[in-house]
Design a protein around this ligand. Structure first.
Ligand code: LIP
Length: 255
């Protein structure tokens, strides 16, 4: 774990430089941004992981993004929350998930600007800067703080936009409030830390969710698809995550 942490912390230095620097921003889609720093952080991570763990296949948002199976695999999002990064909002992170023989092994989500390093190793719990974290005990949905997100596709797809607006109408009156932080990996860590009781979003890619998902499960949380079944991380389905206690209620509301 220490070696992996070291690599991610080093990548965080490039991230930090970029956060305070002028950025070349280009568009991968109508709403989907990328900067030279997404590429630089990704290049650094890919090369460092290739040296350290040459037997692992790498999936990464800006380059190796067409693989849809897991074996000995590292999944990287160099900047999850690129819009936040571009606009100077510190809720953006490097997300890394490592799978061994097809099984979840290590999750790491690092917020360089806030100096928060979330990580988990299968069977050993979840941590934020070396302190153990766990999900909240709240079981009353009405008292729960729920997070969600808006996939970039809502700029083009009426169905996706409809889903988002309709579910907000259904969830908002029945919970404490809703938050949209702008980084799926950070949202998952906020559930892991007990800040949010639950988080759901459609259309996420494997690199957005894999690192945070491993951390949340190790913190005692639950992740599923919208039917309560196992989430296929490559299917861009609706991710439902929670402290476990309000999971079914959230599914009942958004399904
Ligand atoms: C983004 C997310 C964000 C979500 C977007 C997108 P990126 O990732 O984490 O919360 O709503 O759909 O996937 O593009 O910043 O890595």
């Amino acid at each position: 774990m220490d070696d992996i942490k070291k690599i991610i912390l080093e990548a965080g230095e490039i991230f930090k430089k970029g956060f305070y620097d002028l950025k070349d921003v280009s568009f991968k889609g109508k709403k989907d941004l990328v900067t030279q720093y997404d590429v630089a952080v990704e290049d650094f991570l890919k090369s460092a992981f290739k040296d350290k763990m040459p037997e692992f296949t790498i999936i990464a948002e800006e380059s190796s993004n067409d693989i849809v199976e897991i074996n000995n695999t590292i999944i990287i999002d160099p900047i999850d929350g690129t819009t936040n990064f571009v606009n100077g909002l510190p809720h953006c992170a490097i997300s890394v998930a490592i799978y061994k023989n097809g099984e979840e092994y290590i999750g790491a989500v690092y917020l360089p600007i806030l100096n928060e390093f979330f990580y988990a190793k299968k069977g050993q719990g979840a941590f934020l800067n070396d302190e153990k974290i766990s999900v909240s005990d709240e079981d009353d949905f009405q008292k729960s703080l729920i997070a969600t997100g808006f996939p970039y596709t809502c700029g083009e797809s009426k169905d996706d936009l409809e889903f988002i607006v309709d579910r907000i109408k259904k969830v908002l009156p029945n919970c404490q409030d809703i938050r949209r932080l702008g980084s799926a990996s950070v949202d998952l860590c906020m559930v892991a830390k007990g800040v949010f009781e639950a988080y759901y979003e459609i259309g996420l890619a494997s690199w957005d969710l894999a690192g945070g998902m491993i951390i949340l499960k190790e913190a005692g949380g639950l992740v599923s698809d919208i039917d309560g079944g196992e989430l296929n991380i490559f299917e861009h389905n609706c991710l439902v995550s929670s402290n476990g206690k309000v999971h079914q209620k959230l599914i009942d509301i958004i399904k």
